[in-house]
Design a protein around this ligand. Sequence first.
Ligand code: S3P
Length: 424
Amino acid sequence: MFFPQLKNINAEISLAGDKSVSHRAVIFASMAKGTSEIENCSAGEDVKSTIECFKNLGVKIEKSNNNLIIHGVGRFGFKPPLKSLYAGNSGTTARLLAGLLATQKFNSTITGDSSLSIRPMKRLLPPLSLLGGNLKLSNSDTLPLEIYSSNKLHHGRYFSSTPSAQVKSAFLLSALNIDEISSYIETVPTRNHTEIMLDLNLQKIEPGVEIFVSSINYPVEGYFKIPGDISSAAFFIVLAILIPSSTIKISGVLLNPSRIAFIEILKEMGASIEVINKESLCNEISGDIIVRSSVLKNVRIKEEIISSIIDEIPILAVAGAFAEGEFLITGASELRVKESDRIESICKNFINAGMDVEIFQDGFRIKGRYKAIKEVNFQSFGDHRIAMAFAVYCLVNEKGGFVDDIDSSNISNPGFLQIISTFY
Ligand code: S3P
């Protein structure tokens, strides 16, 4: 699809619910006994995958006035699925479900699309087998994942070596079916929505935080109002910064501190970003963001914060390309195992645009302030965040540009194109 350059933006937008929080709301509402309602659930393909999986586990899920009504089945109320549970493109669906199913009294299998089927799943095995779970991956340690009912379940204390919110959540979900207290020690902080939504006890220890969980924390039914998706907001934030004479207000977005490190980086780069009207939704902080066009200068991005900005690196790199100085990312080898190999995807696109790029195993370096005049041609690599990040590049570029397969943005933000169309 061709995106002509945008002249200026003066808009007020709101976004569908945060993807990470929506997944968890669907999961907890399905687990709880009784009826829950979810307002502003993400309409993306990933959350649809989670919903389909729970329908196949016997949960009745329906729509009412744009809200989701979920008739949760309660502890041990899931039905053995009649077929494999298909997680589509969604790592969160596959990994969180693996945790939940590892302590059920039936066998199940999780599969995924071609991208998810080459992503690493072995990282799930140590924490889940510590609790007695019996799981088997394909010979290449990828999906399909077979999960067997185990009669050896017990509590455990797990020291995490891979910073991953999905692996952490898989362990916590598994431990919800065990009466004795288990704990998960996290040394590098990752997004903490599971802990927040289950209201888990935490203790600061050296080095990191220990999270405690048992069946006492099993979710109960409720009303979930999901704040707007902060990772989807990132694309519009960078767009408004880079298009001269622009202002965007994004209302009611998630402002969980583990998700907004990219805002701090953009501010350090010189961006004008203001947060107002903070309130609590789903136990999470939300608020309105006002962004104004600004001139950016690249700053040092510390390796310690990579796990807090992992999903925003593609769009931060686009911001970096239009900023003064060089944009450098290191310590981010995890990018290689996302929906695409994001180091390759980002760098191939920048090289295509004629930029100076240096690629490392764990990151890349680009020279900023690139004044592209020619029309650019980008690939999405079937990856929603690459598609949206490079659409933003085209919208800023003087001669515009193409992004193939922009529909991959439907994975997290089906409203992306519609919102962009209101800016012309
Ligand atoms: C997610 C965790 C992150 C993130 C993903 C969503 C989640 O992955 O990249 O898009 O909802 O738990 P990690 O498990 O690598 O932290």
